[in-house]
Design a protein around this ligand. Structure first.
Ligand code: BV8
Ligand code: ZN
Length: 245
């Protein structure tokens, strides 16, 4: 396993040039340089109103206090409103034109990969800019809805809306994980960028890619439980490292 600081090995350069099927798995770290706070890492864990973020991002909180979950996600969208993709998102968006088959699978809900131009992004955990009716399932673009306080109502059936995001204890969107796992099983080269690799089932995707024989590259300032699986660990910020490729 090669560990290089910001340098790109000749091995990786030639593999990147010849790879036919490339998979990029991202977590909150890919958005860190856009100013989006990560959930973990650097010895800290995100907190909201004095409680760990995953208390508010949970199915039990949704059931017990939907308005509190809306308050938490309204805050998140307000933070994201002014933030832009960073060079890491831009590099990944540019790569898709260089490979025969290319797929971005993200745990992030911020929509920044799409904003940078990435196509067909698999969003394992949903998207903070979408709402969904708990009664009829109708989806809404929350940018268009202009949410204020409290729980927004469905324009179709007046049922309560929820953020269209996968909370802890909830299933992933139907088919999303299966589609991502199939990509992991078939890729030649797999980048794992900016994830602490603690949340499942997303964190099992690099394991699938590695078991299927992909060349594994991790990009993260810190080591993670995946680092030992990787052929190369590029230690540093994604916004500086990915454009080097
Ligand atoms: C499921 C959306 C099964 C919400 C998220 C007990 C009760 C309930 C569930 C569980 C439980 N125990 C285990 C579970 C399963 C649970 C889980 O895995 N928990 C873990 C924490 C133990 N998983 C689930 O609940 C999943 N569902 O299992 O359902 C099921 C089966 C049957 C029936 C019903 C259900 C659902 C998980 C999805 C949860 N939703 N997000 C929201 O955003 O608020 S997960 C949340 O964590 C975010 O989406 C985030 O993306 C994700 C993972 O975090 P990371 O992306 O890795 O980010 P993190 O901050 O952790 O790390 C950042 C990394 O970046 C660090 O390594 C840092 O070093 C690095 N970095 C920093 N700067 C940079 C950088 N890297 C590069 N460049 C930089 N500049
Ligand atoms: Zn409805």
């Amino acid at each position: 396993m090669l560990t290089s600081a910001a340098g790109i090995s000749s091995e990786l350069s030639s593999r990147f040039a010849s790879a036919r099927r490339v998979l990029v798995l991202t977590g909150a770290g890919v958005s860190a340089e856009s100013g989006v706070p990560t959930f973990r890492g650097g010895g800290k864990s995100a907190v909201w109103k004095g409680m760990p973020f995953d208390v508010f991002s949970s199915s039990s909180m949704l059931e017990s206090d939907l308005a509190a979950v809306w308050e938490w996600f309204n805050y998140r969208r307000a933070v994201l409103e002014t933030l832009k993709p960073n060079p890491a998102h831009q590099a990944i968006a540019e790569w898709q034109h260089r490979c025969e088959e290319f797929c971005v699978v993200t745990q992030n809900v911020d929509g920044l990969h799409q904003a940078a131009g990435s196509l067909d992004v698999i969003e394992l955990h949903g998207n903070v800019w979408r709402g969904r009716c708990l009664e009829c399932g109708k989806r809404y673009d929350l940018r268009a809805l202009g949410i204020k306080e409290g729980v927004p109502g469905c324009q179709q059936c007046s049922g309560p809306l929820r953020p269209d995001v996968v909370l802890f204890g909830e299933m992933l969107p139907a088919g999303a994980f299966e589609k991502a796992a199939a990509k992991a099983e078939n890729c030649d080269l797999c980048f794992v960028v900016g994830t602490s690799a603690l949340v499942y089932p997303a964190a099992s995707l690099p394991e699938i890619a590695s078991a299927a024989g992909a060349y594994m590259v991790e990009v993260n300032p810190e080591r993670t439980p995946l680092s030992h699986l990787c052929d190369e660990v590029l230690t540093g910020p994604a916004g500086e490292i990915l454009p080097l490729l």
